[in-house]
Design a protein around this ligand. Sequence first.
Ligand code: ATP
Ligand code: MG
Length: 873
Amino acid sequence: MDSRSIRKAFLDYFESKQHKIVPSAPLVVKNDPTLMFINSGMAPFKDIFLGVSPVKFPRVADTQKCLRVSGKHNDLEEVGIDTYHHTMFEMLGNWSFGDYFKKEAIEWAWELLTEVYNLPKDRLYVTVFEGDAKENLAPDHEALDIWKKYIAEDRILYGNKKDNFWEMGDQGPCGPCSEIHIDLRSDAERAKLDGKVLVNNDHPQVVEVWNNVFMEFNRKADGSLEKLPAQHVDTGMGFERLCMALQGKTSNYDTDVFQPMIQFIAGQCGIAYGKDEKTDIAMRVMADHIRAISFTITDGQLPSNTGAGYVIRRILRRAVRYGYTFLNLKEPFLYKLVDLLAEQFDGVFNELKEQKDFVKKVVKEEETSFLRTLEKGIIEFEQYIKSVKSVKKEVSGEFSFKLYDTFGFPIDLTQLLAREMGWTVDMEGFNKYLQEQKSRSRAATAIDTGDWIMVGAEKETEFIGYDELEAEVTIIKYRKVKAKGKEQFQIVLTKTPFYAEGGGQVGDTGVLENANEIIFITDTKKENNLIIHFTDALPEDLTKSFIAKVDSDKRKETANNHSATHLLHAALKQVLGSHVNQKGSLVNAEQLRFDFSHFAKVTDEEIKQIEEIVNKKIRENIALNEKRNVPFQQAVDAGVTALFGEKYGDFVRVITFDPSYSKELCGGIHVPATGQIGQFKIVSESAVAAGVRRIEAITASKAEAFMNEQLEIVNEVRSLVKNQDVLKGLQAILDENTKLKRDIEQMILQKASHIKDELAQQVENINGVNFIAKQLDIPSAEAIKNLAFEMKAKIDNLFLVIAADIDGKPNLTVMLSDNLVADKGLNASQIVRELGKEIQGGGGGQPFYATAGGKNLSGLRKALDKAKELVSK
Ligand code: ATP
Ligand code: MG
């Protein structure tokens, strides 16, 4: 069975059991401080499990893109080394939200595996939770009894809390689980050793394929468990592992999910797969990592230096480094795999195909720059080996950490390089530095979140901010959070006019007030769909009602910028082309920032056109057309700009400014009609990453103030140049300036040549030396230098000293004939330094020509006298 049919069979099966089949959520998580990437099929449904969002369909199934490279679930170091953990993998899942429970989940899992997929029953094992005394949890007899109906009892194993109690994170929904494992070893091996003992023992051919979680509890901040109001089922089956089992393979990489890519890599490198463990691992790493890299980029996360972007950058570097070290790939290569991948996921995750060129460009650019860093690091390493005297031939922990930290060298690369030179690495030292860094960054990001404390009984909070800026509200619950030593409170209200940060738009600020007190709301954010208001202090009486008031000026300016962003987006597509796609945006009261895919700098002419279009749309005063609760598919069919990387519910909000101009899915706040924006002005255009440009712009009074400032500058210039036509006035001054410069140079040259003749007549012969010392009225060091050299050519045995006032500063020049230097041992540098003392200065030069500058103009005369004394001695 090929992988496409395997995926389809899963979805078809659960559809036949009345499950709603939903698309995969994007990998990149927004609005959840505890999670960077989706790491399991349940993560996109967290809000439902937490009771924050209503259940739309009680039964759901899907294939979800998952990434396990950070946080609680991190398999990165295993990937490629073993054959069954990936960075990005698909998790096939079925869910019951307060609907069916253990009985159906187990029955269907078994039926699907053994009767639809026809997996041999004698290769399967299942586990159930053995209970935990400390947590006061009994063994899961219920699951055990159900399993006994389907599978021999000696194939049912008890598992401890680590394997059989699933938790999403340190806090949140959790419960016992029941796993299904498969033994893929040969008959001979199975006869030798019972597969039972290998379950949950990291054997590459006895692996867990499916986990059925029975969500019953909520883990609180203090570690205690409380029963959830409703019970749920959350299951996750590793798609690639299932393919391995169904295609009779013993490695995920031998299935049709990975083989096309592995074979492509092998072909390009001229190294066969399956010949050598080292090169095999490298090929697996590359074939695996490009999936994680490509799908995170399409889902809206570019590689960068911080946070989620840095995780992606590290995955990419790990792949490049394996290729570089073991497959001799010294040029960018990974990006070539994107075409194959896009083809493979065509019809499954279409987003890659649609952004293929962009992804390739980003990946290639990242590869190029990392390869450069790698080469620099290797040179650094070689210099280190040469320069360091280590009797033990050991690379220090400090240096290996530097390679790791600044050049992105994983420690095994440093070890490999060291080994090749007959050296070792001080691993203890390295680990010490690494630990220090880790605890530093942990301390910097640690957030201490308290439990919710209930005040009111309401369950849901309603957002009314599209229509109201004020409302009477009460508090449902609050909690204390502490980050970077600062204590804050988060409050949930019965209803709220406050917009929570999202879709690039900042959260609202404002107040909660009643007759007795006033509390400032400093920010509003969403966490798993829950609207949270931030304050520095709690009200005295939490049970009273309040008027919640949004800061309306700030809100209005923000709305101007948000609507202008939509107008800009449409104008960009018109002027630059339909390839322009939003890659990020920030909208606040001050300005708007819009990142988009485009491969060249936006020219001044294009900027002008874009501004013209947007300002025209503003003047047209187009009324806002806002449609809430539009079915997602209906909106997409109507040609609405939908962004990949945004997770949309089944119903969306569509914002239209002139149906033939701008239609976007958007949850943000907009102007009632575009005229309110007043004016739009682009203030900068720049690059943010390969193939991504950024435009920053301002609107309304900010744009007006900006234009006025520019005009004021022009006005000031106009009055300075004393010409109504500023450009003409300025050009006249510039022309005059050029002419004056030419004249002055000419004059100085003329003067200098007159002076040359004059000077020649002043020669005094002292001790066989032709001595001249004179103060000249030439305010140019360059002209004096020329003069001195000409004098040297003209007069033998010359000892020339010139004093001058150059722009108010004393200057001395000494020029000697070569024979005086050679025969008499005279030195112009020494002489000028000696004379320089008289003008409080210093200088130097060559033995025959030297100059000095100083502070004391009146010392010039003395300096000349001193020169004469020197010669006369
Ligand atoms: P394992 O112990 O093998 O790492 P797990 O206990 O971490 O698995 P779950 O969190 O229960 O796995 O995830 C559900 C299913 O997802 C697993 O049964 C497995 O088939 C699959 N899975 C988990 N992690 C990975 C991974 N890194 N790559 C591929 N499939 C995975
Ligand atoms: Mg795991």
